[in-house]
Design a protein. Structure first.
Length: 294
């Protein structure tokens, strides 16, 4: 059974960079569209305690609180936050641990994060905020890369959604989000199975059952607004090429559990897609509970 998507609380982590500013704008539009509470969070890294000492960290906290206040005031003056329940949160400590505490305490349904793209992969490998969120978050994560639009339409309307699947449990769980969002936005949904070789194509009974489930869920709701196709080639590049060709507004990926790092739906491959896609990418981890989302 495919469930609906419900977003009541949205968290965006910021480091005040252009990439996080873009993610911020997308997160606000989503919060407004769903009537959700919006959280703007920043963590002063505890790494500073061992490198520059507690005095410098205290100064960094003060500066961050000032920057957060200025950001909030700017958003209020512009009207971006008008009518949206919101809260700014500044923490000190290990970045992902503190963000995770916010997610758990506030029952966050969606994290929005910006990436630096290819140029940011070295930072990512060294343990950036985006990497930590992408690798560990159990709630859905929307990644906004450098090629994604700087602004999202005020009505947050999606026209085309691309949903890659390998028929695994991870990708099947993400199907709930693909169906829910396609129905909500009356968007065309393209389901794509990419195999590295003809021999690796999943077909026959498994593919048939998968298509039948989609047909049953979408019958009378999207009619002919969805399609299924199989492609042969490099998984990452094929998905990116198709997203660009279809002018996709959103890619939805299912991620395997955190202990599995070997397949196309593992976080390193998904992160490459999220960093280079010309649209936001929603990732749903298999071990996460699927909350009902409208």
């Amino acid at each position: 059974m495919f469930l609906k998507l419900e977003i009541k609380r949205v968290l965006v982590g910021t480091d005040f960079s252009p990439s996080s500013e873009k993610a911020l704008r997308h997160a606000i539009v989503i919060a407004r569209s769903y009537g959700a509470k919006f959280y703007l969070g920043h963590v002063v890294s505890s790494l500073g305690l061992t490198i520059v000492g507690p005095d410098a960290v205290a100064m960094a906290e003060t500066a961050t609180e000032r920057d957060m206040q200025e950001t909030e005031e700017r958003l209020l003056r512009s009207g971006a936050l008008e009518g949206i329940p919101h809260e700014t949160v500044v923490r000190k400590g290990e970045i992902w641990q503190e963000l995770e505490r916010i997610v758990e305490y506030e029952h966050v349904d969606l994290i929005v994060v910006g990436t630096h793209g290819r140029s940011g992969l070295r930072k990512f490998a060294l343990g950036s905020v985006a990497e930590a969120v992408f690798r560990h978050a159990t709630c859905p994560v929307l990644t906004v890369g450098p090629c994604a639009p700087a602004e999202r339409a005020a009505d947050a309307r999606l026209h085309h959604i691309l949903y890659p699947t390998d028929f695994s449990q991870a990708s099947t769980q993400a199907a709930s989000y693909a169906i829910s969002l396609a129905i909500r936005h009356r968007a065309h949904l393209t389901i794509i199975h990419v195999a590295v070789s003809p021999e690796a194509v999943h077909g026959g009974e498994q593919k048939g059952r998968f298509e039948d489930r989609f047909r049953e869920q979408l019958s009378g709701k999207l009619s002919n607004q969805w399609s299924f196709q199989t492609e042969i080639g490099d998984i990452d590049q094929t998905i990116l090429r198709l997203a660009k060709h279809h002018r996709t507004d959103l890619i939805i990926l299912g991620l395997r559990a955190r202990h599995a790092f070997t397949g196309p739906h593992d976080w390193p491959h998904a992160y490459k897609i999220a960093s280079e896609a010309c649209c936001p990418v929603l990732t749903v981890r298999c071990e996460a509970a699927v909350n009902p989302i409208p």
